[in-house]
Each structure stands twice: as structure tokens, then as C-alpha cells.
Ligand binder design. Structure first.
Ligand SMILES: Cc1cc2nc3c(=O)[nH]c(=O)nc-3n(C[C@H](O)[C@H](O)[C@H](O)COP(=O)(O)O)c2cc1C
Length: 336
């Protein structure tokens, strides 16, 4: 089965991508993902906070004045597996790129359009095939306007695009007043890919300890419905490649995203739950389904069930909503 896929100009052997997670925190982890067959790996994210900390340290060393800046850098400890910072990240990236023959995508996680974003250039030098920008911004300040939040996304993208020549994808949240327009603006601003969607930390409350409990839960297939809806709407309406992330548990979930119009399908929770080797199960299942349905290549199904161009999108969503409600009601009450 021909699973070859283009993602932002990168030639992938198939459309399954291991999304950013602890599984890519070591070279061995990246190798296991590659051996299991994924088309590309996104490394875990390097955070703005880590970069700012390093920049502060550099500034302090320069201020101390006893050494030139370049010499001061020699004070930094060599990257080790215990060092979670930027140096370790670049070292891991370089070693991972050398260890596998699939594209390795670096990930930057931040919220402000500050200088940290220029770190993307170092990632490119270290061999990243592309950069994924995880703009993890939940505007807790009730005075921040929606337009400001949107502009922040565009500014961060512009900073990164200015300093790299490799493709840049934006991993965004679904929480915009008009998610589609935001996607189109990012597309027009030069995003090579849109990764739909990142998941915010939604803390729980423990009623016994009376404490707020931070938690990053694993996803379930039902969580794929929101990104899938947006992918179906955006397919054919943006130039940027579309990456689906959230809720892939079995091969059918991969197939559904492709039918909706995803260029690539990412997975983390299932690989954490079942191990990286689960990627082989997903890929074998995808090939088996394509063969059974009589398709010769993965490209034959991509976007088959997207919202066709020329459709009145709002009316389309409304029709779906109304008929879903009618069906749900008739299941409970009998036909309307
Ligand atoms: C434990 C854990 C760590 C994650 N770390 C990152 C990260 O460093 N950067 C990032 O962009 N996404 C991160 N994610 C989000 C995943 O890349 C993915 O987008 C999300 O889990 C939805 O996909 P899934 O349903 O297949 O898990 C993490 C998710 C989990 C569960």
C-alpha cells in the first residue's frame, strides 16, 4: 500500500506522526518510534521559560565582565541527560537526527512574541526538519481582548519565520471566537502547517485534600471530534498542511482524520498507553482498511469527507447540529 505523504514539503513514508511527548525525550525513544514505523517524530517542547532562564544566565555572565561572552559560555556545563534546558535539547535533536532516517521536528512552546522565538534558528542548525510552535496561551487576564490574543499568535509566527528557512507549523488551540478565521490568518502569515489542536491543562479539584490538582490526562477517541470537524472545514480552504492531533486510539481513528482532510495524523496518548510499538498496529490497520476498501494509496481518501468548497459552512454545521439533536431526541422520545 502506498502510504507516502507530503507534510509541509517533507516527504514522509506514511502519514502517522508521533506528536510531542515524553516518548521523544531520549535518542532511544526517538529510535523506538522510528522503528515502529512512524513517518516523522515531533520532539517534546522546549519552553519559553527555559530559554528565558538561559538568556538571563548569559546576561549575568556578560555583566560580570571578567570573561568575553564566548569564553563565558564555556562556564556552562556540557549537556547531560539531567539537564532539561536548551543545551540538552539541541544536543538531543542533533543526535536524534543522526540516529533515524525520518524527519525530526523540533517543538517550541511559548506565549509571548519575545526574543526566545529566535531560538528556532539554533534548532534549524541542529538539523530539525521543521519547527512546531506550540502557542500555549490561556488568557487568564480578563482585560486581554480576543484580537490581542490572535495578534500574539501572528507575531510569534512572524518572529520564527524571520529566522528559519525550514517549514514552520503552528499548534493552536480551538478556543478562538472564530477558529476558522484564525487559521486562515495564520495561513496567510506563512504558517506551513496547522496542528489542530493543543490541549490545555485543565486542573481537577480534590474534595478530600481541598486542593487543586494539576493533570494532563490522556485522550479518548471521542476527543477527536472537535479537531476532525475543523479539519473537514479547513481542508481545501488553506494552503498550510493540516495535522490532526487528539484522540487516535486505533486505525479507524487515523482513517477518519484522513477522510476529513488531514495531511498527517499525530498520536501521543495511544503510544503512551500501549507503547511506541502501537504505531505499527495503527499503520498495519490503516493499510488493511485501505486495501479492503479498494484504495491504492492514502492520497485517494484524503479529504473525501471534508466540507466541499462552495458550501455555506455555517449552514452546513447548523444542519448537522439540528439533525444530531433530532436524532438524539427521537432516541429518547420517539420520532419528532
Ligand atoms: C504527557 C504528555 C506530554 C506532552 N508534552 C507535549 C509537549 O511537550 N509539547 C506539545 O506540543 N504537546 C505535548 N503534548 C500534547 C501531545 O503532543 C498531543 O498533542 C496531545 O496529547 C493530543 O494527542 P493525543 O490525543 O494523541 O494524546 C503532551 C501530551 C501528553 C499526554
Amino acid at each position: 500500500m502506498d502510504l507516502a505523504t507530503d507534510y509541509m514539503g517533507l516527504a514522509l513514508r506514511n502519514p502517522l506522526v508521533a506528536s510531542a511527548s515524553p516518548l521523544s525525550q531520549t535518542v532511544d525513544g526517538v529510535r523506538r518510534l522510528a522503528d515502529a514505523g512512524v513517518g516523522a517524530v515531533v520532539l517534546y517542547s522546549l519552553f519559553e521559560e527555559q530559554l528565558l532562564k538561559e538568556a538571563e544566565l548569559n546576561a549575568r555572565l556578560v555583566d560580570a565582565g571578567s570573561e568575553s561572552f564566548a569564553e563565558s559560555l564555556s562556564y556552562f556545563p556540557a549537556a547531560t541527560d539531567e539537564d532539561p534546558g536548551p543545551r540538552r535539547y539541541l544536543s538531543l535533536l542533533e543526535r536524534a537526527v543522526a540516529a533515524v532516517d525520518i524527519p525530526v521536528i523540533a517543538s517550541l512552546n511559548g506565549v509571548t512574541p519575545g526574543g526566545w522565538a529566535s531560538y528556532a534558528a539554533a534548532m534549524q542548525t541542529a538539523g530539525a526538519a521543521a519547527i512546531e510552535l506550540n502557542i500555549y496561551y490561556l488568557p487568564g487576564d480578563t482585560h486581554v481582548s480576543g484580537r490581542d490574543v490572535e495578534q500574539r499568535h501572528l507575531d510569534i509566527l512572524a518572529r520564527v519565520k524571520d529566522v528559519v528557512t525550514i517549514p514552520v507549523a503552528v499548534k493552536l488551540s480551538p478556543y478562538f471566537s472564530s477558529t476558522g478565521e484564525m487559521a486562515v490568518r495564520l495561513d496567510e502569515a506563512g504558517a506551513d502547517g496547522l496542528v489542530l489542536f493543543n490541549r490545555f491543562l485543565q486542573p481537577d479539584i480534590n474534595t478530600e485534600t481541598l486542593a487543586v490538582v494539576p493533570a494532563v490526562g490522556l485522550s479518548n477517541p471521542v476527543d477527536a471530534r472537535l479537531p476532525r470537524t475543523w479539519i473537514a472545514l479547513l481542508h481545501g480552504r488553506v494552503h498550510a498542511a493540516l495535522a490532526a492531533t487528539t484522540g487516535v486510539e486505533d486505525p479507524a481513528d487515523v482513517a477518519k482524520y484522513l477522510l476529513a482532510g488531514a495531511d498527517v495524523v499525530m498520536t501521543t496518548s495511544a503510544l503512551l498507553r500501549h507503547g511506541p510499538e502501537h504505531a505499527t498496529v495503527l499503520l498495519d490497520g490503516l493499510s488493511e482498511w485501505l486495501t479492503r476498501k479498494g484504495f491504492a494509496a492514502v492520497g485517494d481518501v484524503r479529504g473525501m469527507l471534508s466540507v466541499p468548497p462552495g458550501t455555506d459552512e455555517s449552514a452546513h454545521e447548523r444542519v448537522g447540529y439540528v439533525s444530531a439533536l433530532q436524532e438524539a431526541n427521537s432516541n429518547v422520545l420517539g420520532p419528532w
